[in-house]
Design a protein around this ligand. Structure first.
Ligand SMILES: *Cc1c(COP(=O)(O)O)cnc(C)c1O
Length: 379
């Protein structure tokens, strides 16, 4: 089956009691048992809930995995992955990680004795130099936020496999429509379903997908033991979102391309970060592992002045000033004062997060209108 068919049909079937075509929102904590030990597969909703099970099966299918697990947020999903490790274990990760992931690694799990190395993953030797017998996990995010660096998942998978360690990929920015890391050598795929999977800026959720039964059992054990599950209403919303993921992503990619090309030509714009541009430093790797290039675009202005960026952000009307991404509506953000403000200025500069850097989550409105809005904001 192809992607759109799977997105709409996998994991769901008409309700056996009523024939309802939409998966019901099973707003229940417990399930009546016919006799001791005689139940219909559900006993308590922390452990499993039919609406959640449908979503978990659906997301597993579109990621080309076997087992899905849904959590109360993207960070709760990452929390579960790190809880598979033990004190003394080490993790190698990208140095321009999503801020919340960096925070949970540094301020929560370091206290429990897990060690993290943050390295520039464009350079494979930087990864290899940090490997030792305690390394248990390589954690990759690609494309990265906000400068859209692309990390070679196949290369990371080879390093992980030959050293017998797990490879986890945060696939939030690409979505399974553009990139399926389990096909490229990853063991675990993670999403903030808050973003493109939900797609309508109305839910916070995280998911994990794996192929291996042993890893899945460990994830379900932690999901049930730590209890960071999501409610059935949220599962319903994300299931509904995924039904149009392929349609939305086509529009996000098309608009992303038009806007990146508009920005490249604009005299006031300096750098443009979008992996689909042939001038993007990782364009070749992007082409080899992604089916298209998405709707996240960042840019800087000539002279790199803070006040220019703040002026553009203020004047934009269709692009709403907000954190987050992946919804149908376009958003604009200023990483150095918003999402990445907690990072010291020199470190920001090294990562390319300069004063004038602006990040766009390009929505699925009509490209002409979006471009006209950026044009008036830039002038
Ligand atoms: C938003 C985001 C997260 C965190 O997910 P939440 O749902 O906000 O907890 C993790 N990784 C990436 C790349 C994100 O964009």
């Amino acid at each position: 089956m192809k992607f759109g068919t799977k997105a709409i049909h996998e994991g769901v079937s008409p309700d056996s009691a009523t024939g309802a075509i939409m998966t019901p929102i099973y707003q229940t904590s417990t399930y009546v048992q016919e006799g001791v030990g005689n139940h219909k597969g559900f006993q308590y909703s922390r452990t499993s809930n039919p609406t959640r099970s449908a979503l978990e099966a659906n997301i597993a299918a579109i990621e080309n995995g076997k087992y899905g697990a849904a959590f109360s947020s993207g960070l709760a999903a990452i929390d579960c992955v790190i809880k598979m490790l033990s004190p003394g274990d080490e993790v190698i990760s990208t140095n321009d990680l999503y801020g919340g992931t960096f925070r949970i690694f540094k301020t929560i799990f370091e206290k429990y004795g897990v060690k993290f190395h943050f390295v520039p993953m464009g350079d494979l030797s930087a990864v290899e130099e940090n490997l030792n017998e305690n390394t248990k996990l390589i954690w990759v995010e690609t494309p990265t936020n906000p400068t859209m660096k692309i990390i070679d998942i196949v290369a990371m998978g080879k390093i992980a496999k030959s050293n017998n360690i797990l490879l986890g990929v945060d696939n939030t920015f690409a979505t399974p429509y553009l990139q399926t890391p389990l096909d490229l050598g990853a063991d675990i795929v993670m999403h903030s379903a808050t973003k493109y999977l939900g797609g309508h800026s109305d839910v916070v959720m995280g998911v994990l997908v794996v192929k291996d039964e042993g890893i899945a059992e460990e994830i379900y054990r932690i999901q049930n033991s730590s209890g960071a599950i999501c409610g059935p209403m949220d599962c319903f919303l994300v299931l509904r979102g995924i039904k149009t993921l392929h349609l939305r992503m086509r529009e996000h990619c098309k608009n992303g391309k038009e806007i990146a090309e508009f920005l490249v030509k604009h005299p006031k714009v300096d750098k443009v970060y979008w992996p689909g541009l042939p001038s993007h430093p990782n364009h070749k790797v992007a082409k080899s592992q992604m089916r298209d290039f998405g709707g996240m675009v960042s840019f800087t202005t000539v002279g790199d002045k803070l006040e220019d960026a703040l002026g553009i952000v203020k004047k934009a009307k269709l692009f709403s000033l907000a954190e987050s991404l992946g919804g149908v509506e376009s958003l604009i953000g200023h990483p150095s004062t918003m999402t990445h403000a907690a990072i010291p200025k020199n470190e920001r500069k090294v990562a390319g997060i300069t004063d004038s850097l602006i990040r766009l989550s390009v929505g699925i409105e009509d490209a002409e209108d979006l471009i006209a809005d950026l044009e008036q904001a830039l002038n």
